[in-house]
Design a protein around this ligand. Sequence first.
Ligand code: Z5A
Ligand code: MG
Length: 211
Amino acid sequence: MNAGKRGALIIFEGCDRSGKSTQSQLLVALLNSKGIPALPMNFPERSSIIGQVINSYLTNSKDLPDEVIHLMFSTNRWEHMNYIKQNLHEGRTVVVDRYSFSGVAYSAAKGLDFDWCYAPERGLIKPDAVFYLRAPPADLTNRTQYGEERYEKVEFQGRVAKVFDRICSEQGSYWHQFDATKPVEDLHAQIASITEELLPKVGTQPLEMLS
Ligand code: Z5A
Ligand code: MG
């Protein structure tokens, strides 16, 4: 246990149906089973007022200009920053299903300028690790419920994947890339092993911000 130490901010990123929710839930369950306090979160967080608007947009019942929905996704992260910070400082590891990088990847894939998309993310808490579940989008179309939400089209997902690849190569060593077509259990074992090495290291490190 991490007495007196902060928790880690761990993010799962990747294209639709790459297994982010599956892996983040497995990781939270594993940590809690070992007595390591861990909390799941996901973005968009659909219960807030802003989250409800985002949900209407994603389920195709509301249309908004690309710039407006982009800033709403970012605002949705900002409105939860104090909550995340407090949990980290209280020693809980926060495992988040999608974060700023999804924000940039989906909006840049629509044609918005990459730097413009990244700008509102600056100042949010920088993750201690990003687990990037990577797979050619065409390999994910046979997974459950693919195609129900707004962005679930293979051609669009291909553009999203390219932006994720760019971010992965630019962000460097705190990004860990996995082949999302591997079995769930294999991926979980690799992710668990990196997390177990990470937690004692970050416990005494100050939080950093995305820059
Ligand atoms: N979005 C955005 O535009 N801007 C932003 O800032 C943010 C998000 C934060 C909703 O996200 C949309 O919001 C999303 C991006 C955009 N695009 N769309 N549409 P979401 O996170 O709420 O989406 P979701 O509904 O949770 O789906 P998902 O995240 O794409 O799926 P996933 O979590 O990656 O996959 P999963 O639910 O874990 O697994 C999918 C299925 O595959 C399931 O049946 C599993 O049992 C199966 N699975 C999982 N892993 C494997 C492996 N390894 N092998 C075989 N089968 C597997
Ligand atoms: Mg999910």
